[in-house]
Design a binder for this molecule. Sequence first.
Ligand code: UD1
Ligand code: CA
Length: 464
Amino acid sequence: MMQTPVTVVILAAGLGTRMKSRKAKVLHRAGGKALVEHVVATALELAPAERIFVVVGHQAEEVRKAVATPGVGFIEQKEQKGTGHAVMVGREALAGLGGYLMILYGDSPLLRAETLKHLIEAAAAGDAAGVLLTARMADPTGYGRVIRDARGGVAAIVEQKACTPEQLAIREANMGIYCYRADLFWKHVDEIRTDNPAQEYYLTDMVEILNRAGHHVDAMPIDDEREVLGINTRLELAEVDRLLRERKLRALMLGGVTIEKPETVTVDAAVSIGMDTVIEPFAQILGRTTIGENCRIGACSIVRDSELADEVVIGAFTIVVTSLLERGAQAGPFTRLRMENHLGEGAYVGNFVELKKTRMGAKSKASHLAYLGDSQIGARVNVGAGTITCNYDGFGKHPTKIGDRAFIGSNSTLVAPIEIGEGAYVAAASVVTEAVPPDALAIGRARQVIKAEWAAKRRALGKK
Ligand code: UD1
Ligand code: CA
């Protein structure tokens, strides 16, 4: 944490009309998180949660839920009367906190903490009342223009609509990101008037107000303009999503993860992946997934909110959701670990096997074509091809329990609730409705009948 205490206010009360959405703009997702979540995560690199505040208005409840970081505060702006108003309504919560006041937008998720640290340093270094982030743009249409004074400071910010033709030609634009000395900001903020065509409280007026009071304001031009790419439409949302994901993959690769054809791979922001793991093309690794070292995630697989220990192998076209895979476990190709499964060390689940709320002990196998639901399966169990747990009777779900080293023959039907003892065998194609004791053999099928010469006789009949 920095020496200069900073309070961060994130403006996120607007709806964002140009998104053409019933959902508030900051709730839209890019890089696997709501836009506002990214900004809060960045703010947490600058200040403790207790000094971070989000100004909410449209869909305030949903925005609060999306942020859900303990300690982060919220300021309700019931009516959106402008960027200045958005900060003014927080006076009670904010004015008592000294140091610096940094203002960010909830719809600018690309802004890096590094850049903002420079802004704080710039504010703390000189004797300015504040520093604003600017960009020299090829086309600054829509942005407030930065009017420099003779000494290189900022005299004013003029909104596009109020610009004279000369001012419109200015390329340096206000990014709406500021770091002010908190004492001076709160002393003068009430001088903001609504004497503009929009009749809003413009935060941008603070620059002139502070100049008038005998202070000066500096500007810090940003190096990489793409960082301040805000989102107004879904086109920009897609572009920001792409940039965030590129950034994530870059960080993973620099951290020792091999990513094949990275342009096809999707990894959410909160995912962590260990060294020497290989991610094959078109894989999607989502939510709060953590993956250990030396794993392999097969082509076109989807892993969501799951935990994979070291040496885990996920084959191609496999779906893993809210599951835990211990060291060396393998799933796929073509496996579905639907929800809340747990594969023990070295367990193996093969093609066209679906697991739901099932635990498989160490070294157990279900290599082909099976459905195992609500099952507790011990270690070194072999589940034959075509095995089905009948866990649902039309009313409720019932458990299946299979002891260590049991052997379930192919095409068995296990009618739950049912228990198969340790070391027991189930003959292939059995329908098992009663508990099987340990080390027993259960055969639950019709006995085979042989009708000698039956086929030959039938053929002979057909010739007549
Ligand atoms: C603002 C700046 C402009 C700058 C631009 C950069 C002002 C008057 N103008 O313009 O100089 O170039 O940002 O993007 O500040 N918000 C609230 N409550 C409100 C109004 C806005 O929370 O009452 C939030 C919005 O949800 C949005 C952000 O503040 O996230 C910016 O508001 P917006 O109306 O988009 O400002 P701009 O017109 O873009
Ligand atoms: Ca805007």
